[in-house]
Design a protein around this ligand. Structure first.
Ligand code: AHR
Length: 513
């Protein structure tokens, strides 16, 4: 049985858990908006047409900030199409996903939804087909109190109070040749700089995210960040990262995906800091990992694949697109990706799992039917709920296994937080071992004696295999259950993790001890 010894010390912290680390993403893509978050006529629909069942699951998921409206979609989108009387809004072709966009849902509807979901809005501007003028106009429409043409138009369209959107993305994946209006790093860097300047002239309090690379495998990775930040360093606050992982005939490498995420994050930090040094800048650029998830991109065939939809030549409204069904292995990988993000919380200040509902999502919903949680819902929901206070540095001494893609990998992966106010310490631990359970011992240095107040595990359900998933007909096959046998003895926590599992263990100091 593999073993791991983990040490944490109350004095060794990385920084505060960034609230925006538990972000999500709503794109006008497939059934994320229509029949996802929005379905007037659904039995649970609110008076505004939002699906209450999806709103409830969004709250349970614990998403804190939601990026909108894309994604590739935003690079051909006119924000003006989505405001004003709904029956006067234009129907458009969305070239990114080969679909018909009715524009029945737009900015006002999304902001209204965000209030009901209790999430912050992260708005993206179109720097593909549009530029500086449309970007600054959108900021004025959304954030200016009133007394100008655009801010008064917002009032006329139903919202007297400014939306006060703080967080803005300067386009999407502009390094990708698939992007509408794709640009070279120099072209994009200059445009991002000028758009940022003009947007800040309208509202100096906004925070801006420049596009980094669409993945660390892009041929321009590294050089792209360097060039873009050289142009726009003073004008932006964050640089973005996107990454999707999939299992392709090699479970060991798939389970080690977080090693690639660590590499990606650390490379972008180094590049941003090199630009900082060269330009003699004072501030640091932080990271916005604003698209990440497991996505069987090319790994699964079917009529919900973007290539098949485009090849059909038919333009449909909100067709099924990449409605990946997640299994136990995917949930363990998502748990480790969250660990990677949390361990880098000193520089990764924003992260958005892509997407929220139906499209590669933790939540699924059927038109006129139910909504349910996928396997990947659980690690996200528990970490969003329990990761509080300071991120603890974790020293891990684990048995290792060899993966084809990443070499030797720790069987056990962990992140941890410590909340001084409540006296609670939370551990998020994955056992990547496919066949064996893992004995884990955690030494808590500098903490008072603690007792376990929560121990839950996601594992292969009895009688099933690691490909088990939740389906329309069987919503709850994969979920969290009580983890038996965990003990806290003084300052030592001992736990046995089942093969291929993700667990959360929360301890509380016995105050006065
Ligand atoms: O999330 C799905 C798509 O993946 C987004 O539209 C795009 O930004 C990325 O390539």
């Amino acid at each position: 049985m593999p073993r791991a010894h983990i040490t944490v010390d109350r004095e060794f912290t990385i920084g505060e858990v960034p609230t925006r680390l538990f972000g999500s993403f709503v794109e006008h893509m497939g059934r994320c908006v229509y029949t996802g978050i929005y379905e007037p006529g659904h039995p649970t629909a609110t008076p505004e047409g939002y699906r209450q069942d999806v709103l409830d699951l969004t709250k349970e998921l614990g998403a804190t900030v939601v990026r909108y409206p894309g994604g590739n979609f935003v690079s051909g989108y006119n924000w003006e199409d989505g405001v004003g009387p709904v029956d006067e809004r234009p129907r458009r072709l969305d070239g990114a996903w080969h679909t018909l966009e009715s524009n029945a849902f737009g900015l006002h509807e999304f902001v209204g939804w965000s209030h009901q979901a209790g999430v912050e809005v992260m708005e993206a501007v179109n720097l593909g087909t549009r530029g500086v003028d449309a970007a600054r106009s959108l900021v004025e429409y959304a954030n200016h109190p009133g007394g100008t043409y655009l801010s008064d138009l917002r009032k006329q369209n139903g919202d007297a109070d400014p939306f006060d959107i703080k967080l803005w993305c300067l386009g999407n994946e502009m390094d990708g040749p698939w992007q509408i209006g794709h640009k070279t790093a120099d072209e994009y860097g200059r445009l991002a700089q000028e758009a940022a300047k003009a947007m800040r002239f309208v509202d100096p309090n906004i925070e801006l995210v420049a596009c980094g690379s669409s993945s660390s495998a892009m041929p321009t990775f590294g050089a792209w960040e360097q060039t873009v930040l050289t142009h726009a360093y003073d004008e932006v606050d964050y640089v973005s990262l996107h990454a999707y992982y999939q299992e392709s005939n090699d479970a060991g490498s798939f389970l080690a995906s977080a090693v690639d995420m660590d590499y990606f994050i650390e490379s972008v930090i180094s590049t941003a800091d090199a630009v900082r040094a060269k330009g003699r800048h004072k501030k640091h650029i932080n990271l916005s990992f604003d698209e990440w998830n497991v996505w069987y991109n090319g790994g699964r065939e079917g009529d919900d694949q973007p290539e098949a939809i485009t090849a059909s030549g038919v333009w449909r409204e909100h067709p099924r697109v990449i409605e990946d069904e997640y299994n136990v292995t995917d949930a363990v990988v998502v748990g480790t990706l969250l660990n990677s993000l949390l361990r880098h919380g000193d520089r990764v200040k924003i992260a958005n799992q892509a997407q929220l509902v139906n499209v590669i999502a933790p939540i699924r919903s059927e038109e006129n039917g139910p909504a349910w949680r996928q396997s990947i819902f659980w690690p996200f929901a528990r970490m969003a709920e329990l990761a509080r206070g300071q991120i603890l540095r974790t020293s891990v001494n684990s048995d290792r296994y060899e993966s084809k893609q990443f070499g030797d990998i720790d069987v056990v992966d962990v992140s941890a937080t410590w909340d001084e106010e409540t006296g609670r310490t939370s551990f998020f631990i994955a056992n990547r071992g496919l066949d064996d359970s893992a004995e884990v011992e955690v030494s808590l240095r500098g903490f008072s004696a603690s007792r376990i107040i929560r121990a839950e595990v996601l594992q292969v359900p009895d009688g099933a295999d690691r490909f088990a998933s939740n389906k329309l007909a069987q919503h709850d096959q994969v979920g969290l259950r009580t983890l038996d046998g965990a003990t806290a003895d003084g300052n030592t926590l001992r736990v046995t993790l089942p093969a291929l599992s993700w667990a959360v263990i929360q301890l509380e100091e016995v105050r006065g001890s």
